[in-house]
Write a protein that binds this ligand. Structure first.
Ligand SMILES: [Zn+2]
Length: 322
C-alpha cells in the first residue's frame, strides 16, 4: 500500500504528455534490449480517468513498427456493486478507445470473487482477453485465484486469461497449490511471475524467515500451467530500480525462483508469446523471425552478462542494433 499511496500522491502532477514521453522512452529501452512485444497495464482510476490509457495508446501507435505494444486497463477499485458504477463506466470508455484487454486487482476489492465476476463479464462483453494483477499479497486469506479458475471454467470464458503476481498461492499448503494449479491448467490460465516488484514490495514485515513472495513456479509447471515472467514496474514506487531488460527478469527467476537458465529465458520469451496469443518465434522454417542476437555463447551466459551489442529483429527486419 505504501507504493500505491506514494504513486497517488504524485499522480495529479503527471500529465498525459508526460506519461506518453516516459512511456515512449521505456518502450524504446525495452525494445532495444530485445523485446519484440510488450504488454503494459495502464492505470485507470476515478481520480485520473483515462489519461494513462490515452497516453499509452498513443505510444502503441507511434512505435508500431518497432515493437508490438498491448495496452490493458488496470482498473482501480471498487469496481463492484453500486460504488463501482463509475469505475465500470471508465472500463467501458477505455474499451471504446481501443484497449487490448481488461485488468484489475481483485485482491484489493472488498469482495475479490465479485471482482473476478465483474472483470470476466466486462471482458466477455468487450470481446477482449483478461489479465488480472491478482493476489499480490503474502496474506494467504486474500486468495482469489482458485475462484477465478472456477469462474473461467464455469462460464467457458472464450478469451485468453492471464493471472499476474499470484503471490498468496505461494503461501498455501502444497496440497492447495497442487489443487489450484490443476484448475488453472484446466482453465488454460497463464500465470506471470513478477519477481522484481514482488521481491521489493512483499515480505518487509517478516524479519524472521522472510518469504520470497514469488508465485510457486514449480507447482504450477508440474500441473502444466503456462508460467511466464515479467517486470511489472520500472523505476517507480513499486520498483525503484530495473533496466528494462528481459535478461534481468530471467536472472531474477534463476536466483529467486530456482528456475534453470533455459527455462528462465523461455519464461520471458516463448511463454510470453503463448499467453499473448502470438505465433512461435524462432529460426526454424515457418516460425516468426522475432529474434534478439546476443553476444554470448549460451543462454546462461546471455542472462548472466546481459551484454550490450545486441541486434533486434522483428518480423525478419533489423529494428535495433547497437
Ligand atoms: Zn502488478
Amino acid at each position: 500500500m505504501g507504493a500505491i499511496v506514494s504513486m497517488e500522491a504524485h499522480r495529479p502532477r503527471i500529465t498525459e504528455a508526460d506519461t506518453a514521453m516516459r512511456a515512449e522512452r521505456a518502450a524504446r529501452l525495452i525494445a532495444a534490449n530485445g523485446a519484440t512485444a510488450i504488454r503494459t497495464h495502464a492505470d485507470l482510476t476515478e481520480a485520473n480517468g483515462v489519461t494513462s490509457v490515452a497516453a499509452l495508446l498513443h505510444v502503441r501507435e507511434l512505435l508500431a513498427d518497432l515493437v508490438r505494444i498491448e495496452v490493458f486497463a488496470l482498473s482501480g477499485w471498487p469496481s463492484i456493486g453500486a460504488a463501482g458504477a463509475q469505475q465500470r463506466a471508465l472500463l467501458r470508455e477505455a474499451v471504446a478507445m481501443g484497449i487490448d484487454g481488461i485488468g484489475g486487482c481483485p485482491h484489493l476489492e472488498a469482495h475479490p470473487a465479485a471482482a473476478n465476476e465483474t472483470f470476466l463479464a466486462l471482458a466477455q462483453e468487450a470481446g477482449l482477453p483478461l489479465d488480472l494483477h491478482t493476489d499480490e499479497t503474502l496474506d494467504r486469506s486474500r486468495f482469489a485465484l482458485e475462484d477465478l479458475a472456477e469462474r473461467v471454467l464455469d462460464r467457458a470464458f472464450p478469451h485468453r486469461v492471464t493471472a499476474s503476481h499470484c503471490v498468496s498461492l505461494g503461501m498455501q499448503t502444497e496440497a492447495v497449490q497442487a489443487r489450484v494449479a490443476e484448475k488453472l491448467a484446466a482453465a488454460a490460465i497463464s500465470v506471470v511471475a513478477l519477481p522484481s516488484s514482488n521481491l521489493f514490495l512483499q515480505g518487509r514485515d517478516h524479519q524472521v524467515a522472510m518469504p520470497r513472495a514469488l508465485t510457486p513456479v514449480r507447482a504450477l509447471r508440474r500441473a502444466g500451467v503456462n508460467v511466464a515472467a515479467g517486470a511489472d514496474n520500472l523505476q517507480d514506487p513499486f520498483n525503484p530500480v530495473g533496466r528494462g531488460d528481459c535478461m534481468e527478469t530471467a536472472g531474477l527467476m534463476v536466483m529467486a525462483g530456482h528456475v534453470l537458465p533455459d527455462e528462465a529465458y523461455a519464461m520471458v520469451s516463448s511463454r510470453v508469446r503463448q499467453l499473448m496469443g502470438l505465433a512461435a518465434a524462432g529460426t526454424a522454417v515457418g516460425e516468426v523471425a522475432d529474434l534478439v542476437l546476443v553476444p554470448a555463447r549460451t543462454t546462461r551466459e546471455a542472462i548472466a552478462f546481459g551484454p550490450p551489442g545486441r541486434v533486434v529483429i522483428r518480423a525478419g527486419r533489423v529494428v535495433d542494433a547497437h
